[in-house]
Ligand binder design. Sequence first.
Ligand code: MN
Ligand code: MN
Length: 335
Amino acid sequence: MANPEVRTTLPNARRTPRFAGVATFCQYPPIERVPPEQSPVDWALYGAPFDSGVTYRPGARFGPRAVRNESQYVKPYHIEHGLQLSEVLSLADAGDSPIMPYDCEQNARVVADFARTIGDPGHTRLMMIGGDHSNGLANIRATFDRTGRPAGGLAVIHFDSHLDTTNVTFDEKYSHASPFIRSIEEGLIDPRRMLSVGIKGPLNTPKDLEYPRDHGITVVFREQLMREGTTTIDAFLRRIGDAPAYLSFDIDVVDPAFAPGTGTPSVGGLTSAEAFALLRRLATGGKDGQVRPPNVVGADVVEVLPDRDVQGITALLAGHMAFEILCLDGLRRRG
Ligand code: MN
Ligand code: MN
């Protein structure tokens, strides 16, 4: 008997152990097995097993499988928020997108085409698990369309060690270094309502800083975050308010000591505890003591490279980051 209070059917962890069964993201049901009373789902997670857009070490194409595996141990009750996620959101695993392993531009098209059709496009929100960050462009394209192509573009909250606004690398415009510059050019996102958190160097050239500065992207460098805490982030959240926002989480924003399984590791990053704290801070909307999360209409968690991982800790962290992001929308809907 389905319990109408429960939005997502999860295996009973007291009866079916978390190490048994076919692995789906966080044990959410495969989308084709979601009961009618839970359809259309509020959020669908899907994999984008593509990594031909990397500038350094490849292997993130195996990220979705690794995250599925390790996320079996992501439990549904959030202590700090006091939120049973499976009671407020219906959730599903929509499988993996088709990909085009030899061509970044075509891949971004194919993944976006797949993402546009998942669940009910007018209702179901998408979280993409990468794969490299070039897939972000595809999920942003789909999210923009599914959100009714908002005038001025989506707001963006971006966690990363890297700006990802490099125009061309190795004569290629579509890569994991360029998802946001392409999204801005296509009018999908608004650079003046874009926040990049955790950015750090060294860089190839100081010119890399020019594009975000000239286009009004709010950048919070790693050093700045340690000095000022969430001051700039809070102000940004208050400014975007309820605008439809895309949240992109590149796992390399976390220090390689905590997230070694990634292709462009950047030392001196966040601890995993700081990453949790920042995502939980978003729930305040930038106002102490309040619960006013941004209106996250689409998201990704990218750049997990399992062959460089140690004991699955990076993939496990990625699963938890996905959960934290979903909880922001869960909190909003609970009101
Ligand atoms: Mn990135
Ligand atoms: Mn990065």
